[in-house]
Design a protein around this ligand. Structure first.
Ligand code: BT5
Length: 324
């Protein structure tokens, strides 16, 4: 039943604005025309708006806003990203699914999206709170032909994509906090987690996980993060369509990634610095073995953090956290 329903939605989605005849649907799905009609009524109950004309057939006029493989695919105009979509209502972490799928050969550009994560992951075993239906919990599988040493550049690229979408689509002023947080009014709204499976000089695959807080109210944010986390609802005082945001993010990601593969990192570096948080200011740097104040100068040509120590010496750091 469910798979007939999915095939039906796919056929309707493929014919886009055009009508598709009841006869054609019944031939393709090998069910009677009255069974097709019953399916249409069920789809309407799910929030699909369907037009049926006796001499023309059926077409979908609008999709429900809830997430599914079909609703994300509908209207997504990309060349390679999101051609394969896995949607889960609930999962431990979209990163877990992404690793399993990638190990089993999932294509470059496959995305995994969940309404809820029960064990969302941050970096270094930290957790990521993923309230059901209130945010975008997304993983993207990539198979880039770049050196594993360049992989951190993809985290920086992803941050610029999110900053661009938040800025142009949601009309807010994001800043990127090195290396992977996006802040609005000094509070975190996006976290990015890049994980890689590589051998010597070759990347097998990369999974980029993106958590974006969308429709959480202040009460939805757990107490331990409520003073330093925010959402689009809190910042803009209105709800946003998670589906539309996913589509916007995937489209922008694809463009930016293709340009990066063609032109290298300089354009990303420039954009990253235009959103960079505390560039030119004194910050606290925390590395595994050290903790000191320094001036944040920007990022290097390869994406590393460029800082000036208080004694005037300039340093390049590949892994550090910053604070203010
Ligand atoms: C990150 O780690 O910021 C990476 C988060 C990546 C989440 C995505 S969601 C889709 C995919 N599937 C996953 O399981 N993960 C990825 P990090 O820089 O280590 O920051 C983690 C810290 O952010 C936590 O220790 C909290 O302090 C804070 N935090 C947790 N949940 C948050 C939220 N929803 N909003 C803002 N801050 C949060």
């Amino acid at each position: 039943m469910e798979s007939t329903r999915n095939k039906l939605i796919q056929l309707l989605a493929d014919s886009s604005e055009k009508y598709i005849s009841g006869q054609l649907l019944s031939d393709e799905l090998q069910i009677s025309r009255s069974a097709i009609w019953k399916h249409m009524k069920e789809l309407e109950k799910d929030g699909y708006q369907i037009e049926g004309k006796s001499n023309k057939g059926y077409r979908i006029i609008s999709y429900p806003d809830k997430l599914s493989e079909n609703t994300i695919r509908w209207g997504l105009e990309t060349n390679w990203i999101g051609k394969s979509i896995i949607h889960k209502e609930s999962t431990t972490s979209t990163q877990h699914i992404a690793h399993d799928e990638a190990r089993n050969g999932a294509a470059h550009g496959t995305i995994i999206i969940a309404d809820e994560q029960t064990n969302g992951k941050g970096r270094m075993n930290r957790s990521w709170f993923s309230t059901k239906g209130k945010g975008m919990w997304l993983s993207i599988i990539l198979r880039p032909k770049i050196s594993p040493l360049q992989a951190p550049q993809l985290t920086l690229l992803t941050a610029t994509v999110l900053a661009d979408v938040l800025h142009s689509y949601c009309n807010v002023q994001p800043l990127i906090k090195w290396p992977n947080d996006i802040l609005l009014h000094d509070k975190k709204i996006v976290g990015i987690l890049t994980e890689m499976q590589a051998e010597q000089d070759i990347i097998n695959y990369i999974v980029i996980g993106i958590g974006l807080n969308v429709n959480q109210s202040k009460d939805d944010l757990p107490e331990e993060i409520s003073h330093r986390a925010t959402s689009l609802l809190i910042e803009t005082e209105k709800e946003h369509s998670i589906k539309a945001l996913i589509q916007e993010i995937l489209t922008t990601f694809e463009k930016s990634y293709d340009q990066y593969i063609k032109n290298g990192f300089p354009e990303i570096k420039q954009k990253w610095e235009s959103y960079g948080f505390k560039i030119g200011e004194e910050i606290t740097i925390k590395t595994l073995k050290d903790h000191f104040r320094a001036i944040f100068l920007g990022i290097e040509e390869d994406g590393a953090l460029r800082i000036k120590r208080m004694d005037g010496s300039i340093e390049k750091l590949y892994s550090a956290e910053i604070d203010w």
